[in-house]
Design a protein around this ligand. Structure first.
Ligand SMILES: NC(=O)c1ccc[n+]([C@@H]2O[C@H](COP(=O)([O-])OP(=O)(O)OC[C@H]3O[C@@H](n4cnc5c(N)ncnc54)[C@H](OP(=O)(O)O)[C@@H]3O)[C@@H](O)[C@H]2O)c1
Length: 335
């Protein structure tokens, strides 16, 4: 029996929005675990916007990838062979595996391993609402911006895992939650599935007027996932002493040059600009999960996935994500 481990490597550095041609799928041999190592079979791969910067060497701690390098990424995996006393056959874990079907690990910290056996929720949720994106939302809402009853909370990329979770957490605090998203379909997810009070499609003419109508008392918290012009424009509706969570700049990741800002308006508004980096909160993962797992399992916290099957589909699905066409958390299920 051939033991093939398909993996996705970089073919060439993307220019602008990544394209399938920037990647190549190759077949390698499945490695055998030595003493102290384990082998896991990947079940789900997470595709995330930060990967665009990681490939280009512009994301924190990531070196620029060269032709033939394995694309990095987190997976939910099941251990199928183990010579490591901490990790047992059958354990389900989240691990920094890269875009491949099998992963060999020595169980070291740099592999970012988290055992997820305890969660009854769908395993792929550990890459979204119960994973890194969910933790990001929790940090931005619970730890930094702390919206209160009756405050107005606006969030962009509202149908995605960070935006969708952030809005639902703010709603649980009693805030008036308004999403901003790039299509009618995404807005329906935000209102009908996540329970936001309203959602504005920024591709509609007069969207800023529509936003203003849905935020009659102005914006107290703006959770920004996109940066660029949209950040600039929504900030005009921020109340005095309002808070802005600077979470992501996805509108800029495919660009060589970034859109600049008139920072003067933030001074005039005495705005609190609060930056979130999820890595600072990894030591609080359990605290977050203690809140989030019961919410997800009881159905009070909803999530949506944009899922494809098979590692061969990963480049196309990533291209879709980086074109902003995904509706929900981008995930690849291994066949
Ligand atoms: N600070 C941190 O530690 C941290 C951690 C995780 C994620 N993030 C950031 O949080 C943001 C949301 O992440 P996510 O995983 O929840 O992503 P996501 O919402 O599933 O996908 C990205 C979304 O961004 C929007 N977008 C706006 N302009 C875009 C453009 N020019 N190209 C592509 N997409 C564009 C699109 O939604 P619309 O059509 O609705 O605009 C797209 O669907 C990203 O900026 C990400 O980098 C930050």
């Amino acid at each position: 029996m051939t033991k093939i481990n398909k993996q996705v490597q970089l073919e060439q550095q993307p220019e602008g929005t990544p394209n399938e041609k920037d990647f190549r799928v190759v077949e390698t041999e499945i490695p055998s675990p030595k003493n102290g190592e384990f082998l896991a079979k990947n079940l789900f791969l997470s595709l995330d916007p930060y990967m665009r910067g990681a490939i280009a060497g512009k994301h924190m701690g990531h070196s620029r990838l060269n032709q033939g390098d394995l694309i990095g990424g987190r997976c939910v995996s099941e251990i199928i062979e183990s010579n490591n006393s901490t990790y047992k056959v059958g354990d389900r874990i989240v691990i920094e595996s890269g875009w491949q079907e099998y992963v060999l690990s020595s169980g070291q910290k740099e592999h970012g391993i988290r055992i997820i056996n305890k969660s009854k929720s769908s395993l792929s949720a550990s890459l979204g609402v119960l994973g890194m994106p969910g933790l990001t939302s929790w940090a931005g809402v619970e730890c930094l911006s702390k919206p209160t009853l009756g405050e107005t909370f606006v969030v962009t990329a509202a149908a995605g895992p960070v935006g969708g979770t952030a809005g639902q957490l703010a709603k649980l605090k009693g805030a008036h939650v308004v999403g901003v998203a790039g299509s009618k379909e995404k807005c329906i997810v935000a209102t009908d599935q996540y329970g936001f009070d309203a959602c504005i499609n920024y591709n509609d003419a007069n969207w800023l007027d529509n936003l203003s109508k849905e935020c009659p008392k102005g914006i107290d918290v703006y959770f920004d996932n996109v940066g660029g012009l949209v950040l600039d424009q929504i900030s005009d509706q921020l109340n005095l002493y309002g808070r802005i969570i600077l979470c992501g700049f996805v509108s800029q990741y495919n660009n060589k040059e970034w859109h600049g800002h008139n920072l003067g308006k933030y001074v005039g508004k005495r705005a609190n600009l609060l930056s979130v980096v999820v890595y600072d909160y990894y030591n609080r993962f359990d605290e977050f999960l203690n809140v989030a797992i019961p919410l997800v399992e009881s159905g009070r916290m909803k999530y949506k996935e944009d899922r494809v099957v098979g590692i061969d589909s990963a480049p196309k699905h990533f291209s879709k994500l980086m074109a902003g066409k995904n509706v929900g958390k981008a995930v690849v299920e291994f066949g």
